[in-house]
Ligand binder design. Sequence first.
Ligand code: NI
Length: 208
Amino acid sequence: MKALKIIRITAWGAVAIVAGVLLAFSGILPGVERPGAVTSSTGTGAAAIGGPFELTTHRGETLTNEDLEGKPYLVFFGFTHCPDVCPTTLFELTGLLADLGPDADNITPLFITVDPDRDSQELLASYMTSFDPRILALRGTEEQTDEAVNAFAAYYEKVPLEGSNYTMDHTAGVYLFDAEGEFAGTLDLHEAREAQLQKLQRLAETAA
Ligand code: NI
């Protein structure tokens, strides 16, 4: 009886170890999940993010990566026809920047459209009146857009809908960069608001 019990426990122990190993290698453990496409494209990690780009703001000013030198910033990709994720992100950011107070002035928030065909400067200017005026919407030619997307190791894809309509599949993460231009993680809009504010606060404090 006692021996049988020991065998049973040993057997279950072996099952648990095998299951654990399988789980670890299958990549479904939460810790294994990657934040967006940030580290995927080159495998060299944070150093690969934040390459050169040149875009135009919704106010008609040119903005390049060099303009961001010495300034903490955050960047995310989207498009104005986006039904939920993009407007939600912009809305949440607007609230976070307000709660952050004057320190928010140290952060440059960038919203880069992956749909420059439909997102004209005029449309972006009108769209952005609904959100914090510190958030800059950026657009470029298709070539400039690709350059920016590659600079941040992001991705987008045009997805045809019924008729001649289409939507854009795109990276949804908000990437943070400190004043040295170093990748400082992502902002997860699903995590506790206090945690999000702390991340932005830390980011703002990297400003000289
Ligand atoms: Ni979107």
